[in-house]
Design a protein around this ligand. Structure first.
Ligand code: TPP
Ligand code: MG
Length: 889
């Protein structure tokens, strides 16, 4: 039973208890009152009484008026500024949609204007030479309001405003916050709902990691994240709040704009989103500040001695609250106050207009200021501010509180007129049609005020730093041991080679401390447990227990200065940590070098949208897809064997992906990645697959570095007799070794000369091919350029056979850029299954025998060998021609 449903069977007794409490509050304070109440509840529970748990408080503002910190500054001026910002935000959307259909949103910012305004005027400190700045995640659909303010401050031109959502010809403004598109303005992409809240939590956590490791000074910086109430239904939005609570991230402030609506309709028509979120966040250990009612309600609360108003407020559901604000004062009188005669009496002297003016907390700058000030001061917990607002505030019949409001991008002249009147914007009637931008003249008190407020807070926002001090990265020779042959009988996997590289890097005097190893719960899988002890696992509180393995060399060491981020079984969280580290050059002006290693199957397909956001954010760092390949992970199966992560990586334009085979290839790739990202400061990131199959590694052949980086190089020249038929065999990852074995079979059994090419990146070969093809198309009369793959193969004879441990589509990417059309791709299409590597390679038809058969068939198609040779090989290698296609079984 809810509190409000329990009948008061003895009001006099109730009154006595309440008076006793009042007296304690008055004479001994809130702490004492809290203590007594907890004692009472505890006593009752221990005596066997059943008290249902309630994580919610009354449907009131958390901060009572007498404890509100008063807003400094000039409220009148701020109000005028806000009105102009509102108008310009609306105008830019309407103007953009007059001659185009580019879309845009008015209603979201209309509901959030005051929430942003108070932040910009009083709280958000810019980054400067001496201060790191607060980080503000702006809600994606509120972007027009942020542009409007930047325009008034002279940071954007009216031409740019008119080019909202029209970026192609230059001088445009992106629809939403996208650092990729506006690299000196937006810091955080937020429009894919849920990612903003999740990334903000890890941003705050990473900021503390940097501080604990003495890389950043303690400056009391905050991460502010704005989000919609509908957005909170995304699992990503709430999924990490317990981490923020557990780690007591008091540098984090969420502001949830509870306008009660999402795109289609109410968020919780039959309930109350603010109450629901309050219990979620309180349960997760957050400080919750509800900003529900505006100041105009206060006289009514004073008269609500019997709590009837509060009861009415509590029993109303959000669907009703929304409907009230789509009507008028008379409707609210009848349907809200009208339910109880005492309430009707309470408002009897108020006009309908007075009733209509009863405001919501999220539209009252004083209440918002008080909430923000309290959040800034709160220690030991993250804070969430739940602000109740009205969607489409000020849009009147064109959208205020209406279900259609989210997508409203046009307003009729009469709605524009009432918008103008409501916010007193000086646009004459004959200009209304045009919806002109408004601004305060140079030297006006308002414009001065706007600039002064920002200067007092260190400068303008949003603003994004594009470069940091370059790092001095090690030369390739630092990884010398990996460039040499591993030696007879000394087998290792590329994962082990990677761990050696990482170990070398963390020991590097110049950049070692900037390296951030990140793992979900898989360090032991990757052989990285040595780093636990060596580097320590980051924990803000250090280690409060003796670890079970304390007597061992590589014990589980948690440490406040720990370098490893061990995220638990939480790939989205680990990815968000990686993003925070990979963008640290911008957010903190210090380049960090994150290496996030994970089960490749739980990479791109699990956190693909974050990987996309990372590209947008111009992240710089390394992602390592461990235990990669569909046939290489012995014995696992359908959910673990990755045959497509490279294709997913290819969808991200600035992600450079490699599938190396040998330790020296890995060393060359990582060294060059360090050079490109941290020395040259290119906005790219790396995805590298590493495998767990142990084998011997050859020494690096002379002069192959360039080829490794471009995507392919000649590994071995065909050895057969001079006039023998020739084939070009391409391979990547562990399957390259099957290709080598296949070449041996071709030479030994059929006298065919096979040149072997190690393809480190089909993705890069394709990008290069497309680029060259495009240039040649547009320069028909110029000397044609050649792609790297064409340069490699142009003077080589025979068909091309490419084999990988990924879907055939992976190798097939290069088909269009070859000098020959005789091309065949082998790959592991279909669901994985558990078995040994040998069996799986046979099953997926990527083993050495299939390499040989595919090569012979391609030669037969070119009439360079008779067809019967192919049949012979099929028989010789014990292949069943009637075996079903592995994709189908
Ligand atoms: C992952 C994802 N799904 C769907 C959308 C499309 N979308 C954009 S805004 C919106 C409604 C947002 O409602 P709310 O979070 O309450 O924000 P408001 O505009 O009300 O402030 C939706 C569904 C999106 N941007 N991202
Ligand atoms: Mg909403």
């Amino acid at each position: 039973m809810d509190m409000q449903d329990i009948p008061d069977t003895d009001p006099q007794e109730t009154q006595e208890w309440l008076e006793a409490l009042d007296s304690v509050l008055k004479h001994e304070g809130a702490h004492r009152a809290h203590f007594l109440l907890e004692q009472l509840v505890d006593k009752a529970r221990r005596s066997g009484a059943y008290f249902p748990f309630s994580a919610t408080t009354a449907y009131m503002n958390t901060i009572p008026p007498q404890l509100e910190e008063h807003m400094p500054g000039d409220a009148e001026i701020e109000n005028r500024i806000r009105s102009y910002v509102r108008w310009n935000a609306m105008a830019m959307v309407i103007r953009a949609n007059k001659h185009t259909n580019v879309g845009g949103h008015i209603a979201s910012f209309a509901s959030a204007a005051t929430l942003y305004d108070v932040g910009f005027n009083h709280f958000w400190r810019a980054q400067s030479d001496t201060f790191g700045g607060d980080l503000v995640f702006v809600q994606g659909h509120s972007a027009p309001g942020v542009y409007a303010r930047a325009f008034m401050l002279g940071r954007l031109t009216s031409e740019q405003m008119d080019n909202f959502r029209q970026e192609v010809d230059g001088k445009g403004l992106s629809s939403y916050p996208h650092p990729w598109l506006m690299p000196d303005f937006w810091q955080f992409p937020t429009v894919s709902m849920g990612l903003g809240p999740l990334m903000a939590i890890y941003q705050a956590r990473f900021m503390r990691y940097m501080k604990d490791r003495a890389i950043l000074p303690a400056q009391g910086r905050k991460v502010w994240a704005f989000m919609g109430d509908g957005e909170m239904d995304e699992p990503e939005s709430l999924g990490a709040i317990s981490l923020a609570g557990r780690e007591r991230l008091d540098n984090l402030i969420f502001v949830i704009n509870c306008n009660l609506q999402r795109l289609d309709g109410p968020v919780r028509g039959n309930g109350k989103i603010i109450q629901e979120l309050e219990s979620d966040f309180r349960g997760a250990g957050w400080n919750v500040i509800k900003v529900i009612w505006g100041g105009y309600w206060e006289p009514l609360f004073m008269r609500d001695t019997k709590g009837i108003l509060l009861k009415r407020m509590a029993e109303c559901v959000d669907g009703e609250y929304q409907t009230f604000k789509s009507k008028d004062g008379a409707y609210v009188r009848k349907h809200f106050f009208g339910k109880y005669p005492e309430l009707l009496e309470m408002v009897s002297t108020m006009s309908d207009d007075d009733i209509w003016r009863l405001n919501r907390g999220g539209h009252d700058p004083y209440k918002i200021y008080a909430a923000y000030a309290a959040a800034m001061k709160h220690t030991g917990q993250p804070t969430v501010i739940l602000a109740k607002t009205i969607k489409g505030y000020g849009m009147g019949e064109a959208g205020e509180s209406q279900n259609i409001t989210h997508q409203q991008k046009k307003m009729g002249t009469s709605s524009i007129k009432s918008f103008r009147d409501r916010f007193a914007v000086p646009v004459p009637d004959d200009k209304l049609e045009e919806v002109p931008y408004v601004n305060f003249p140079e030297g006006s008190p308002e414009l001065k005020y706007m600039h002064e407020r920002r200067l007092a807070l260190g400068g303008y926002q949003p603003a994004r730093r594009q470069k940091a001090e370059p790092l001095e990265v090690p030369l390739l020779s630092a990884f010398e041991t990996l460039l040499k042959a591993s030696g007879a009988g000394r087998e290792l996997s590329t994962t082990m080679a990677f761990v050696r590289i990482l170990t070398t890097l963390v020991r590097d005097k110049k950049i070692g401390k900037f390296v951030v190893p990140i793992v979900p719960d898989e360090s032991r899988t990757f052989g990285m447990e040595g780093m636990f002890r060596q580097l320590g696992i980051y924990s803000h509180v250090g280690q409060l227990y003796t670890p079970q393995d304390a007597d061992q060399l590589m014990f589980y060491k948690e440490d406040q200065k720990g370098q490893v981020l061990q995220e638990g079984i939480n790939e989205p969280g680990a990815m968000s940590s990686w993003i925070a580290a990979a963008t640290s050059y911008s957010t903190h002006g210090i380049s960090m070098i994150p290496f996030y290693i994970f089960y490749s199957m739980f990479g791109f397909q699990r956190v693909g949208d974050l990987a996309w956001a990372a590209g947008d954010m111009r992240a710089r760092g390394f992602l390592l897809g461990g235990t990669a390949g569909r046939t290489t992970l012995n014995g696992e199966g359908l959910q673990h064997e990755d045959g497509h992560s490279h294709l997913l990586a290819a969808t991200i334009p600035n992600c450079v992906a490699y599938d190396p085979t040998y330790a020296y290839e890995l060393a060359v790739i990582i060294q060059d990645g360090l050079r490109r990202m941290y020395q040259n400061q290119e906005d790219i990131y790396y995805y590298i697959t590493v495998m767990n199959e142990n084998y011997e590694h050859p020494a690096m052949p002379e002069g192959v570095e360039k080829g490794i980086l471009k995507g392919m190089y000649l590994l071995r020249e065909g050895k057969a007799k001079k006039n023998a038929p020739k084939v070009q065999l391409l391979g990547s990852g562990t399957i390259l070794r099957e290709v080598v074995a296949g070449a041996d079979l071709l030479e030994k059994d059929f006298g065919i000369a096979a040149d072997i090419w190690s393809v480190t990146s089909f993705n890069e070969l394709r990008r290069d091919g497309i680029d060259v093809q495009r240039w040649n198309m547009l320069h028909p009369e110029a000397e044609p350029r050649r792609s790297h793959i064409e340069t490699c193969l142009k003077d080589r004879e025979g068909p091309v056979i490419a084999s990988t441990d990924y879907m055939k589509m992976f190798a097939d990417q290069v088909r269009g850029f070859l000098p020959t059309h005789h091309f065949h791709a082998l790959g592991a299409d279909g669901f994985g299954r558990s078995d040994t590597r040998e069996k799986l390679r046979r099953f997926f038809e990527v083993d050495r025998n299939y390499v040989a058969v595919a090569a012979l068939k391609a030669l037969a198609d070119m009439e360079l060998v008779p067809r019967k040779k192919v049949a012979e090989a099929i028989k010789k290698y014990g292949i069943d021609p009637e075996k079903p296609n592995p994709t189908t079984v």
